[in-house]
Design a protein around this ligand. Structure first.
Ligand code: NAD
Length: 388
């Protein structure tokens, strides 16, 4: 039995997570998966319930779970709190306590949404790249760090960029293994011409590459990588880089797609246990209105099935379900364009479930009595025409 801890969080978190859990329930039922879902508080919701953003009980459940599905945390209600107990600390606490060192951020642009990008459609249509960012080391964690006062009274800020060979090697292996399942190309991004630490990064990547002869390794300086990402992003398959470079490049890559509500992410430990979440935040400006795009969270479930539960065929089913609803012209307001049909969070989630079930029935060669019950349950009630 596999345990999934569900952490809806704040703002639109509960709304989008509800649609993602419908997808899990649908797959559980259709494919008899032995998955158990448990729910707990994190972030602002946890502060309200227990006084802290990451209660012991949530952390215990996270340790026990095989994977975690998270909505989003944060919001204006908790912004005046001390930084040490803000909602975001719950997220960082989970990442560090679970030792989630590998952050996977795909940037994928469905052809149907190419006009949502700020770049020309031909530059980005069909974009499918994966950024693998080291998440628990580098300059964000290196010691010494701080702000000190010099003898002349002037202040000096300092941080330390530091990586051990073993830290570079393990993130390198994650990138190469992912590339093996894709187009078999890894581009390692560094600043080896200036920073000794990333000179070592390059050296270790070269060494790791020898164990993956089917994958081609290339290197790129980070400044050029930023430029190439907006010039010709489709040249990349997998990019692997340090914590800070990855932070910046992955946001840049995400925005190439122009639709923050579409992008999932995964953070993995050494045993492929992961925390899966959309890349966007809790969107307090639209929370409670039923208009948030649930697709990034639903696609995070696909990543969970692929990377933690080794079920790529089920992951593909979810991705195909998303493609189908986009082909049918369904759009939440954030990705709406003229000529498409505007739908809310729930309708979008239901449509993905219906698309997945339609494919399954087609394979089974027809509709069964039990399926009707299933779809009614997935839709939380009445069956509407568009899924007939
Ligand atoms: P945000 O990502 O929440 O929102 C940015 C904009 O994108 C908003 O206009 C929002 O309405 C829109 N948006 C985001 N997700 C959407 C979706 N699924 N569907 C439709 N529109 C969507 O970023 P922000 O406004 O800078 O931050 C809001 C809060 O979220 C803050 O408290 C911040 O700290 C927190 N945050 C949390 C995470 C996380 O939990 N991983 C990440 C980023 C920000």
């Amino acid at each position: 039995m596999k345990k999934i801890l569900v952490l809806p969080g704040d703002g639109i978190g509960p709304e989008i997570v509800q649609e993602a859990t419908k997808v899990i329930e649908c797959l559980k039922r259709e494919f008899e998966l032995d998955f158990e879902l448990e729910e707990a508080h994190v972030g602002g919701a946890a502060i309200d319930a227990t006084g802290g953003p990451l209660p012991d009980e949530t952390l215990k459940l996270a340790h026990e779970a095989d994977s975690v599905l998270l909505g989003a945390v944060g919001g204006p209600k908790w912004e005046s709190l001390d930084i040490a107990i803000r909602p975001e600390k719950g997220l960082l606490g989970l990442r560090s306590n679970l030792n989630l060192f590998a952050n996977l951020r795909p940037a994928l642009l469905y052809e149907q949404l190419a006009s949502a990008s700020t770049l020309k459609a031909e530059v980005v249509a069909g974009l499918d790249l994966m950024i693998v960012r080291e998440l628990t080391g580098g300059i964000y964690f290196g010691q010494p760090r701080g702000i000190r006062e010099l003898e002349n009274g002037e202040k000096q800020g300092f941080n330390t960029l530091i990586y051990r060979e073993s830290e570079i090697e393990r993130i390198g292996r994650v990138a190469f293994e992912i590339a093996q399942k894709r187009d078999k190309r890894v581009c390692s991004v560094d600043k080896a011409n200036v920073l000794e630490c990333t000179e070592l990064w390059r050296e270790v990547m070269e060494r790791v590459a020898k164990d993956y002869p089917d994958v081609t390794l290339s290197h790129m300086y980070v400044d050029n990588a930023a430029m190439q990402l907006v010039r010709a992003p489709k040249q990349f398959d997998v990019m692997v880089t340090t914590n800070m470079f990855g932070d910046i490049l992955s946001d840049c890559a995400a925005m190439l797609t122009g639709s923050i509500g579409m992008l999932p992410s995964a953070s993995l430990d050494a045993n492929s246990k992961g925390m899966y979440e959309p890349i966007h935040g809790s969107a307090p400006d639209i929370a409670g209105q039923g208009i948030a795009n649930p697709l990034a969270t639903i696609l995070s479930v696909a990543m969970m099935l692929r990377y933690s539960f080794n079920k790529p065929e089920l992951a593909r089913r979810i991705e195909q379900g998303v493609e189908t609803v986009l082909n049918e012209g369904l759009r939440t307001p954030d990705i709406y364009t003229q000529g498409t049909r505007k739908v809310g969070t729930e309708e979008m989630g239901d449509a993905v479930v219906a698309a997945i079930m339609r494919t399954t029935w087609a394979e089974l060669g027809g509709l069964h009595e039990g399926d009707l019950q299933g779809i009614e349950c997935a839709r939380g009630g009445g069956i509407s025409n568009e899924i007939d």
